[in-house]
Design a protein around this ligand. Sequence first.
Ligand SMILES: [Mn+2]
Length: 245
Amino acid sequence: MARTIIVGDVHGCGDELGDLLDATRYAQGTDTLVLVGDLVARGPDSGRAVRRARDAGARAVRGNHDEKVLVWWRAASSHGRGVADRKIKLSDRHKLAVTQLADEDFRWLAALPLHMRLPEHETLVVHAGVDPRTPLEQQDPTMLMNIRSIDEHSRPTRTLDGTAWAKVWPGPEHVVFGHDARRGLQLEPKATGLDTGCCYGRELTAIVLDAGERIPTDVAARAKRLVSVPARAVHCPMGDGNGPE
Ligand SMILES: [Mn+2]
């Protein structure tokens, strides 16, 4: 039976993505594979991670780290790599990522949407989350890739201060997202956060849905749909979780 497998933040951990596809018995050509974005940076090989996803026929939404390397690539494509290196300030981890990615990988990342509806599951996939006050089509694209919380003035913020946006998302669509390894697995009534910090030596996690299945509101029932594999190593130290990193 055709299933939908939605995977959390890969962050350059292509081997663990392979492990997770094995653990879920992913059937390419039958199952649908969806990644919540941030395929690159932090882990050992961003190029290998993107190629693993492409080879597996994955669909994905764009994350803030994917966008970061794309800013460099767009400049490099227009003005040359030397100009891009001078004009676009990248952290060391993003500098490494852009050397690991081929043009084909960048093109694949550049084609990723910021959100993806999965109507058969009444589910919306987005990298970081949504502002509960705003219709989807009017959301700030930057916030779709960066939101973590709602502050005391009901405004979306990138930080951990305030309330996790997923706690106040009313639905009706269920939102599956990543981006928030500090909070880790989030199982809210109408939102599921899948960033379990693989690049930090924790786990890579997927939710596996049968054809036409709605994501269970009941947390115990939903937990039975989760599959995780351990990180093969601690690939990166964890920051304070409040910045764009
Ligand atoms: Mn992210």
